[in-house]
Design a protein around this ligand. Structure first.
Ligand SMILES: *[C@@H]1O[C@H](CO)[C@@H](O)[C@H](O)[C@H]1NC(C)=O
Ligand SMILES: *[C@@H]1O[C@H](CO)[C@@H](O)[C@H](O)[C@H]1NC(C)=O
Ligand SMILES: *[C@@H]1O[C@H](CO)[C@@H](O)[C@H](O)[C@H]1NC(C)=O
Ligand SMILES: *[C@@H]1O[C@H](CO)[C@@H](O)[C@H](O)[C@H]1NC(C)=O
Ligand SMILES: *[C@@H]1O[C@H](CO)[C@@H](O)[C@H](O)[C@H]1NC(C)=O
Length: 353
């Protein structure tokens, strides 16, 4: 069974248990290059939650373990940012092989979001590492140069999102069971996440030529900030499709995702899909790693998810007065800085019961 997005377990490299024999990140004193390389490979083997294919991919480059960590860590940070106002705030559980506790056992919208974001984040981290020359198998994207534009030239280092996607597909999708309903859902969402990166690649250009003439424009492709990708996936999360798995042709075992309500739009490849409604996340459930919303800060005037009514699940809230500090009476000082004073005030602070 494949209950968890195994990719995320990598985050536990930061947990004490898997750090028992730490990965050497700097070549301290005498470690030779060879020893260093061997250490990296051993650390891939030690990640016993990886399937064989993932271990192979991990060992492709010395820096791969760090790139995997970066991908996982960025995804967690983005998830916590996107869900900062929600009942489930993407909280992580310490010392668990499963960093989100059991929350992702539900085939829910949240699970859809986390899968998409983690697949996207890994593609992003790998493509970035490629362009920095940190990996053996990739570098800048040379293929973009085959398309010849008219008023400018390709130059510089285009970030290779194709390689990033390919790696993410190979690595993140490796453990999904294509036969299970959950696997079909996860694979769809993983792909939606990767497309959210690809679809936001940017072209940036620089002028060359006689001072200011811009007679030559040189352009390259750059990855979008992961924040932009996560923002987009958040929007997809809000409009996610509740689907079921259907046999498209009887007996032929071709299985497809279809909306549970026939009058709903069919999800396309960039939409997020889920199979089960979420729990309400209101009360703590240790087994599932749900913290509940007691003692969360809510916004009394907001009608949204961060509003006290929704966030506190109808249990009400308490108001406390807190000291608040902010910059104020700012003025511009010639030349060139801004001088501010610090103003202190009392502010109401609302906390869920
Ligand atoms: C470090 O390397 C030098 C030369 O390669 C060697 O003489 C020395 O013994 C090494 N030190 C340690 C602590 O391995
Ligand atoms: C996690 O494990 C470390 C070492 O095993 C221990 O010191 C720490 O208290 C644990 N944290 C929790 C929340 O269990
Ligand atoms: C997929 O559907 C969404 C709405 O759910 C729409 O915004 C988007 O443009 C569609 N994408 C494609 C590639 O058709
Ligand atoms: C999530 O909410 C809990 C309370 O339910 C709080 O203790 C925790 O700090 C929050 N985590 C994040 C990342 O905001
Ligand atoms: C609370 O919600 C209101 C209305 O949505 C918003 O204008 C205000 O900025 C929010 N306050 C905080 C502290 O987030």
């Amino acid at each position: 069974m494949n209950m968890f997005p195994n990719y995320f377990v990598i985050h536990c490299l930061f947990c004490s248990r898997n750090l028992a024999a730490p990965v050497k990140t700097t070549q301290s004193s005498n470690t030779s290059l060879e020893t260093y390389s061997t250490l990296q490979k051993e650390s891939c083997h030690r990640l016993d939650f990886l399937v064989e294919r993932q271990k192979q991919l991990c060992m492709l480059s010395d820096k791969m373990v760090q790139v995997l960590q970066t991908g996982a860590q960025q995804a967690v940070e983005e998830c916590q940012y996107q869900f900062r106002n929600s009942r489930w705030n993407c909280s992580t559980v310490e010392n668990s092989t499963d960093i989100f506790g059991g929350v992702l056992k539900f085939k829910s919208r949240e699970s859809a979001f986390v899968h998409a974001l983690s697949a996207a984040s890994l593609a992003h981290a790998v493509a970035r590492a490629c362009s920095r020359g940190e990996l053996n198998e990739c570098s800048c994207d040379a293929r973009v140069r085959k398309r010849t534009p008219r008023h400018w030239q390709w130059g510089g280092c285009s970030e290779d999102i194709r390689y990033g996607e390919k790696f993410s597909r190979d690595f993140v999708d490796a453990k999904e069971d294509k036969e299970s309903e959950e696997g079909i859902m996860n694979l769809h969402n993983n792909e939606a996440g990767r497309r959210a990166v690809r679809g936001r690649m940017q072209r940036v250009c620089k002028c060359h030529g006689m001072s200011g003439s811009c007679s030559v424009r040189v352009c390259w492709r750059r990855l979008p900030p992961l924040r932009a990708v996560a923002d987009a996936l958040s929007t997809r999360y809000e409009g996610a499709s509740h689907v079921k798995v259907v046999e498209r042709k009887k007996g032929k075992n071709i299985r497809k995702l279809r909306p549970i309500h026939p009058d709903m739009k069919k999800p396309n490849k960039t939409d997020l899909v889920y199979l089960e409604e979420s729990p309400d996340y209101c009360e703590p459930n240790e087994e599932l790693g749900i913290l509940g919303t007691r003692s969360r800060t809510c916004n009394r005037t907001s009608a949204g998810l961060d509003g006290c009514r929704l966030l506190c699940c109808g249990r009400g809230y308490q108001t406390r007065v807190r000291d608040h500090e902010e910059k104020c009476r700012c003025r511009f000082v010639w030349c060139c800085r801004v001088h501010c004073e610090i103003c202190r005030s009392k502010r109401d602070h609302h906390v869920c019961n």
